[in-house]
Design a protein around this ligand. Sequence first.
Ligand SMILES: *[C@@H]1O[C@H](CO)[C@@H](O)[C@H](O)[C@H]1NC(C)=O
Ligand SMILES: *[C@@H]1O[C@H](CO)[C@@H](O)[C@H](O)[C@H]1NC(C)=O
Ligand SMILES: *[C@@H]1O[C@H](CO)[C@@H](O)[C@H](O)[C@H]1NC(C)=O
Length: 473
Amino acid sequence: MPRLELIYLGLGIAGVTAAPTAPAATPLKVISFAQTPNGFQGPARGWNSFALQANPNTAPDFQFDQSHVLTQCSVLASGSFKGQYDTCSLDSGWSVGDHGDDNGRLIYDDSIFDIPSLASSLHSQGLKMGVYVVPGAFISDANKTILGTETTIGEVCTGNEGLLRCIFDYTRPETQDWHNSVVDQFASWGVDFVKLDFVTPGSPDNGQSLPADQSGSVIAWHNAIKNSGRQMRLDISWKLDRTQTYFDIWNSNADSMRTDQDLNNSGSSTLVSWGTVQRAIDNYRQWIIAGLQFFDELNIYPDMDNLAVGSPESISGLSDGQRTTVMTHWIGAGANLITGNDMTQLDDLGTNLLTNAQALQVAAFTAQYPMQPRNPGSGGQDATQLQAWIAGPSPSGEAVVVLVNLGPDNGQGGFGTQTSGVQTVTATWQDLGLSGQFNVQDIWNNKSLGVVGDQVSAQLDEGASVLLHLTSA
Ligand SMILES: *[C@@H]1O[C@H](CO)[C@@H](O)[C@H](O)[C@H]1NC(C)=O
Ligand SMILES: *[C@@H]1O[C@H](CO)[C@@H](O)[C@H](O)[C@H]1NC(C)=O
Ligand SMILES: *[C@@H]1O[C@H](CO)[C@@H](O)[C@H](O)[C@H]1NC(C)=O
């Protein structure tokens, strides 16, 4: 009824004009990273094959085989990448997909890879080798005996988890023996990095009927890596459960964990879309908020999935400003910096984003102190279009601040008010939980903002951001 609507409208307007002043921001809880379960002090950096496998039209010359992978990864050992990016990570497809060897251990597909020779070639260039696995042994290997035991795989592994694998009984010691036998073989080949995909709870909407809880696989892989005596990273995937029970398990067994779904753009001619990036950034926000609740120090790095920043918009699907924003957020988060581009086709911006010396100094800092959201105007932690982030400060007064205009959301971002076009994003020291005077350096613009004692501000187009490095003044 019109009259009621008018009354309602009147109240609404009164509510807006009398908006209360923003509540004082809560004190900043500084969270840091400590050594990971397999002994790492920073996130992985390198290249992974998934994006090119999933989007072959972005790299027509690429095939998933030894020589093409070596061509990609050799770039990591040269120029400005050398010494900064080292991990050459194979995604799904390197191993035989339906059976293992006589003991049910994984074997490589020797029509496309000779893994020991690939590892030795990578190692001779100062690089590391990564492989991809999923939980479970093959159903077709049920009658094979687990190495060093008299137990068959079928006696400790039953049911169908999808993906042609059976579901292990993780309480059986022979289950650990199987993992040890696989990882010992990986160690003898020279494997340095293991991506364990399809872990639950997590991996939603995977098109498989995975068992609800495969967290035992993460513990078994971790124990097998420890047992092998070779240092390897364990990267678990994807969009893993963030409740405390499981976060504790991931945090004490894996070195990095995927915070979101895949950043693919299946069916499209580009690697990723901006809406997917908004979703990934928001999933990191949720992840670090959970981390802040449960931990003072995290022993696990976020994996925000492969970076698609190396190539121009026609390939990456992101404008130059958006590419910069992706790199800024992945650095700010202390996330794995694993590129997904065709490394032989990087443009100048892509190379600079990935290897800029000052940005990598910031990455060294955020490998100790991940960023957390502090909303402009309130210091809250909500998903907002105009966002501010703070990493640190460290005891010596070093910190990183990110300001971003994420643009109107894609329906998944959950932003409240949304505005198109250029916006001014301002974060006061109070919003950020800071106090005192800082020298502020704008990293991507290579520009000093001098000594600042109250706030930082930037005019940012949709998708644009600034990465600021603060040192105590
Ligand atoms: C295992 O052996 C049994 C008995 O010979 C047979 O019936 C079954 O099909 C075999 N299973 C597999 C996966 O080979
Ligand atoms: C990407 O991958 C996920 C999971 O594999 C899939 O569900 C989705 O349809 C793919 N495409 C996009 C655009 O995310
Ligand atoms: C950054 O600016 C300084 C001068 O302020 C200059 O010496 C340096 O070469 C610049 N670095 C880059 C990467 O452009």
